[in-house]
Design a protein around this ligand. Structure first.
Ligand SMILES: Cc1ncc(C[n+]2csc(CCOP(=O)(O)OP(=O)(O)O)c2C)c(N)n1
Length: 639
């Protein structure tokens, strides 16, 4: 079938100006086209899926009513903005999404003038939108600012900080709460339960009609009418209006509206567009809407690798080893069964972190705190004061949120909290917002903290056990995204000595000090270099802090040339720690630091990115060979 026949209206739409003249019937066909286009494209190339299917009508209504890009749409998190990408000049490039040199899976200011604010981490939109609204007021401009935030992102504290500040400032700002009752997993938003009960209540539905008549069509009498309405109905209203919370924060609340009813959405946005002050529009949508397998999927197909369009099932990669995530989840569940004072904590990522295994096997030792990394850490600190051993599993990139909590609430008080950082290193398709490039740098300066990285999944199990047995304070394990190496696992666990490395190969010309995922790459590098007659010693360092200073002293004596290898940003990383130590000891060795460069790294597969950055075995071999051939490098060269 010709593409133009298949997407009848979408084929004629490239930018929001193309939808301004469309009537409701045509707009409805456009929505259906966008859905089919998303299903056709994302089933082939993979990507975030369910969120976008749920925001089709919302996106069309917003671009129909608002004058984008002059009016500013600020999407939270970003994975639900695929329909926005389709309508804003990126229809043809959607098939490149999340691929090397293709468009981003999230919002990106330098990708489109319609992306008013970059996103990837949750709960930022209201703060950014308020900043834009205040700037507009300073410039005496007229543009509208709209933040679109999901109910999952609403579990993040920053959203409330921003709402409180908006209520106080009273700038004109519209917040659309896209409530699909789902985060990635079912949402843990207490307010959402409240909404659900209230919305279903017959008294509420009867009453809502009356209040809406009085307050919904606000003109310049609106405030007065609203006050009267509130006074008249205060008894009932205090009990049953879902908007109470938002109104207490200074927002006028409109809703809940059916977020798939295009007519209702357009009418409502046209009305609230002209209102003053902070407005909250509460839309109820369904994640995965219009695609049966997604609607029925427990996670509403939040994201997927390429999948079969008929069944919604992802095509399976054959023969890959279990992921580090699964190995971790199983190991933690095994440990909890022997020691019930150990608990697992996730910040809205049960499946992503492997904590779903603990949830299934040891439900009373499992806590999902919502998208609230800061809270997760201090909650863990509280547990630790009462002789519970909390294991907090958070992606490296999201733990960035909680640095002060790690310093002030955990480390300063020497509380025994185990931090498990999945996705440490380059994550691939999610790109710069999600790479776990910085955790060694943002943790290493904290006094007393222990930071480990396993060379394979068996060592991950031992490190988890070691961390749980440690008892003396905060202890961190970082490991990469994806399949582990497929090594044989033993049944039990071994407790490792803190700060002790492991010598894996003895060599003559150069010492490779490798951490975590880089140990396996170093082994492959050594094979490549053996053909070039370069003989390498290999140390699995295991600890970025404390360093194994005994082995460093020994290596400094035996080798002039030393290479550090890590999958962390070079500034402040493991290699920097080694260089600091050598400098403090006045050792004069040549040190080459290999790791992630001091830049934000775009998206692509992990393999592609490693290759481009020359941190794959071939790239490392090239660098090490050159280093060995060069005399008298200055100390701590980074490449
Ligand atoms: C700070 C942070 N923690 C965790 C995540 C991972 N994450 C991505 S989307 C998502 C759920 C978002 O739910 P919601 O805002 O309701 O959007 P929906 O997917 O339902 O459209 C989570 C937890 C994130 N992006 N940012």
């Amino acid at each position: 079938m010709d593409k133009n026949d298949k997407y009848k209206i979408l084929s004629k739409v490239n930018t929001p100006s193309d939808i301004k003249q469309l009537d409701l019937t045509e707009l409805k066909i456009l929505c259906s086209d966008i859905r089919n286009f998303l299903i056709d494209t994302i089933s082939e190339v993979g990507g975030h899926f369910g969120g976008g299917l749920g925001t089709v009508e919302l996106t069309v209504a917003l671009h129909k009513v608002f004058d984008t890009p002059n009016d500013l749409l600020v999407w939270d998190t970003g994975h639900q903005a695929y329909p926005h990408k389709v309508l804003t000049g990126r229809k043809d490039s959607l098939k490149t999404i999340r691929q090397l040199h293709g468009i981003s899976g999230f919002l990106k200011r330098n990708e489109s003038e319609y992306d008013a604010f970059g996103a990837g981490h949750a709960s930022t939109s209201i703060s950014a939108a308020l900043g834009m609204a205040v700037a507009r007021d300073i410039h005496k401009d007229k543009k509208k600012v709209v933040a679109i935030i999901g109910d999952g992102a609403m579990t993040g504290g920053m959203a409330y900080e921003a709402m409180n500040n908006s209520g106080v400032r009273k700038s004109d700002l519209i917040v659309v709460l896209n409530d699909n009752n789902m985060s990635i997993a079912p949402n843990v938003w207490q307010i959402s339960n409240y909404f659900t009960e209230m919305i279903a209540h017959p008294d509420y539905n009867k009453f809502k009609g009356q209040v809406w008549d009085l307050t919904g069509k606000l003109d310049h009498f609106g405030d007065r009418l609203r006050r009267i309405a509130v006074r008249l109905e205060s008894g009932i209203k205090a009990v049953i209006t879902p908007g109470m919370l938002f109104e207490a924060l200074g927002f006028r609340y409109f809703g809940p509206v059916n977020g798939h009813n295009l007519h209702q959405l357009i009418k409502l946005f046209e009305q609230v567009k002209e209102l003053k002050g902070p407005i909250l529009v509460h839309t109820i949508t369904e994640k995965g809407r219009g695609y049966k397998p997604a609607e029925e999927h427990t996670q509403k197909l939040h994201a997927s690798t390429p999948f079969d369009k008929l069944t919604g099932k992802a095509y399976k990669k054959v023969g890959s080893a279990p992921s580090y995530t699964t190995i971790f989840g199983n190991a933690l569940a095994q440990i909890i069964k022997d020691n019930p004072s150990v608990v697992g904590i996730t910040a809205a990522m049960p499946d992503g972190t492997g904590m779903d295994i603990v949830q299934n096997q040891c439900p009373s030792n499992y806590f999902d705190v919502g998208i609230a990394e800061e809270h997760a850490v201090t909650f863990a600190a509280g547990l630790a004061t009462q002789n519970i051993i909390p294991v907090v599993a958070i992606y490296s990139t999201f733990l960035q949120r909680a640095i002060d909590q790690i310093i002030h609430d955990v480390s300063l008080q020497k509380l025994h909290v185990v931090f498990v950082l999945d996705r440490a290193g380059l994550v691939g398709a999610d790109g710069p917002t999600h790479h776990g490039s910085f955790d060694i740098s943002y943790l290493r300066f904290i006094p007393g903290i222990v930071i480990m990285a396993p060379k394979d999944e068996s060592e991950l199990r031992d490190m988890l056990y070691t961390a749980i047995m440690y008892k003396k304070g905060p202890i961190v394990i970082r490991y990469p995204r994806g399949s582990a190496l497929g090594v044989t696992l033993k049944d039990g666990f071994e407790q490792l000595e803190i700060g002790k490395s492991e010598k894996l190969e003895t060599g003559r010309d150069v010492a490779l000090l490798a951490l975590g995922s880089m140990v396996d790459y170093a082994k492959k590098t050594i094979k490549l270099l053996s053909n070039e007659s370069v003989s390498c010693e290999l140390i699995n360092m295991r600890f970025a802090k404390p360093l194994d200073t005994q082995i460093l002293d020994e290596i400094s004596q035996r080798f002039h040339k030393i290479v550090t290898l890590e999958e962390n940003s070079l500034p402040g990383g493991f290699g920097s720690a080694v260089v600091e130590y050598f400098n403090d000891k006045n050792y004069k060795n040549d040190i080459l630091r290999i790791g992630l460069p001091d830049q934000f790294i775009d998206h692509g597969t992990q393999e592609q990115l490693h290759q481009i950055l020359e941190i794959d075995p071939e790239g490392i071999a090239k660098k090490v060979k050159l280093f060995c051939q060069t005399e008298n490098q200055s100390k701590g060269v980074a490449v």
